[in-house]
Design a protein around this ligand. Structure first.
Ligand code: ZN
Length: 205
């Protein structure tokens, strides 16, 4: 009995190594995003600032072989979305969602709905009327890494408590912001799941 077990372990070992190597074989398609900016007598965020948000996202996730692509050209949305004060205000954006992409909305201000004395820089919001509808809202006063942080939540990451980690609130000024290996794996796994469920659809290249 013992001999049989030992043999099967030996036989199993190389297979296990192969299985581990396999996921790298199919590259993950770039995660499609669609950015819309509130136009409140002019866009609430400049094109340069949106470029910076996207650039930070690309460089932080690139280290983990995750790319993003703007699947649709940036567009604007009505001024009525400029100041999001309540949960219902956030929920309202669900009516604007485009299928197959990570929807991102840039607004002038985003009230903290748990502590109304405060404002948020960004949120990965789940529509309370339909929790399957998830989207990212970023305020015009956000940090350059805020979009990347919220897309981290979109790709399954919780907050982290390691200084300068993308998912932490604890940052040294000017320090390099990063994701660790395990976080990268979680994001790739989540993205593959979203592509498999057609919640994300790879953009035509
Ligand atoms: Zn967060």
């Amino acid at each position: 009995m013992e001999r049989v077990l030992r043999r099967s372990l030996l036989v199993g070992a190389p297979l296990f190594v192969c299985a581990r190597a396999a996921p790298g074989a199919t590259p993950l398609p770039p995660v499609p995003i669609f950015i819309r900016v509130v136009d409140d007598g002019g866009p609430v965020a400049s094109g340069d600032f949106v470029d910076e948000l996207v650039g930070q996202t690309s460089s932080i996730f690139a280290e983990h072989e995750i790319a993003f692509t703007e699947a649709k050209a940036r567009a604007t949305i009505d001024a009525k979305w400029a100041a999001l004060e309540t949960r219902a205000d956030r929920d309202g954006l669900a009516d604007l969602l485009e299928p197959g992409v990570a929807n991102v909305f840039l607004v002038r201000s985003l009230r903290d709905v748990d502590d109304p004395k405060r404002f948020r820089m960004g949120v990965m919001w789940r529509c309370l009327k339909n929790l399957k509808k998830r989207y990212v809202i970023v305020a015009a006063s956000a940090m350059p890494t805020t979009l990347a942080h919220e897309l981290g939540h979109f790709l399954g990451l919780p907050h982290a408590y390691v200084k300068n980690n993308l998912m932490s609130y604890d940052r040294d000024e000017g320090a390099k912001v990063f994701l660790d290996k395990g976080q990268g794996e979680t994001c790739r796994r989540t993205a593959r799941g979203l592509f498999a469920k057609k919640e994300l659809v790879a953009a035509a290249s």
